[in-house]
Write a protein of this length. Structure first.
Length: 217
C-alpha cells in the first residue's frame, strides 16, 4: 500500500471511529488551557484533569495566578510530575502575560513559545485547540504511531510533524491530531501494539512479521 493510500485509509477509519473527538484537557478559558497543556508534559491528561480544578479554584486568570505563592502551586500540581519546573513556569508565565499582554494569551505561536515552560508542542496545542488555527502538535505518542503506519521515518518529532503536515490536508490537522491520540490510547499503545496488532497497523502492513522498531526522538 502506497503512503498516500495509507494516509487516506487512516483518515477515513479515524473519522469513523472518532467523528467528533473532544479536547482531552478540561478548561474554561485560554489561560486554563495553556496551563493544563503545560502540566500535561510527561503526565496523563486524566491526572491533569484531576489536578486543575483545585488549581483553578485558587486562581482562574493570569492576574490571580501571578500572586499565588510558588509553594502552593507546587503542592497542588505535584501529582503531575516535574512540579518544581512546572510551578515556576506557571508563575513566571502568568506575570509575563499580565505585564506584556494585559493578561491575555497571545494568538501567536512564536510569542507562546517564548513563555516559560511552553515549547513548540504546547504552543501548537493552544493554537489548535484554543484558537482553531491549523496545527499538528506531535508528541512521542503520535510520533510512534506515525512511524508504525509508515507516514514518516523521522528521528524526532520536528521531522514527524513536517511529514504529517505534508501528507494530510491542512483542514484536517486539528481533528486528526486528536483522533490519532484517542486511537493510540485505545488500540495502538506503546505496549498494547507492536506494529502487528491493531486494525490500522495490520491493514497498512498485513505482511509485517516482526515488531516495528521505533526511531525514538
Amino acid at each position: 500500500m502506497l503512503k498516500s493510500a495509507r494516509a487516506n485509509f487512516i483518515m477515513q477509519r479515524l473519522g469513523e471511529l472518532y467523528p467528533d473527538p473532544p479536547i482531552p484537557l478540561e478548561h474554561k478559558t485560554l489561560f486554563e488551557l495553556l496551563v493544563a497543556v503545560l502540566l500535561s508534559a510527561q503526565c496523563t491528561d486524566k491526572r491533569v484533569n484531576l489536578v486543575t480544578p483545585l488549581l483553578f479554584s485558587e486562581a482562574q486568570t493570569a492576574f490571580e495566578m501571578q500572586y499565588m505563592p510558588l509553594d502552593k502551586i507546587y503542592e497542588i500540581i505535584r501529582p503531575c510530575g516535574l512540579a518544581p519546573k512546572k510551578s515556576a513556569a506557571i508563575l513566571k508565565l502568568s506575570k509575563i502575560l499580565v505585564d506584556q499582554y494585559d493578561g491575555v494569551v497571545p494568538e501567536d505561536i512564536e510569542k507562546l513559545e517564548e513563555l516559560p515552560g511552553v515549547g513548540h508542542k504546547t504552543a501548537s496545542v493552544v493554537m489548535s485547540q484554543g484558537f482553531g488555527h491549523p496545527a499538528f502538535p506531535v508528541d512521542t505518542h503520535i510520533h510512534r504511531l506515525a512511524q508504525r503506519w509508515g507516514l514518516t521515518k523521522g528521528k524526532n518529532v520536528v521531522q514527524t510533524e513536517r511529514d504529517l503536515k505534508a501528507i494530510f490536508p491542512k483542514q484536517s490537522w486539528n481533528k486528526l491530531h486528536l483522533q490519532i491520540i484517542f486511537y493510540g490510547r485505545e488500540f495502538c499503545s506503546a505496549h498494547g501494539c507492536d506494529g502487528r496488532v491493531c486494525e490500522i497497523c495490520t491493514t497498512c502492513y498485513p505482511n509485517r512479521k516482526k515488531p516495528y522498531k521505533i526511531n525514538k526522538p
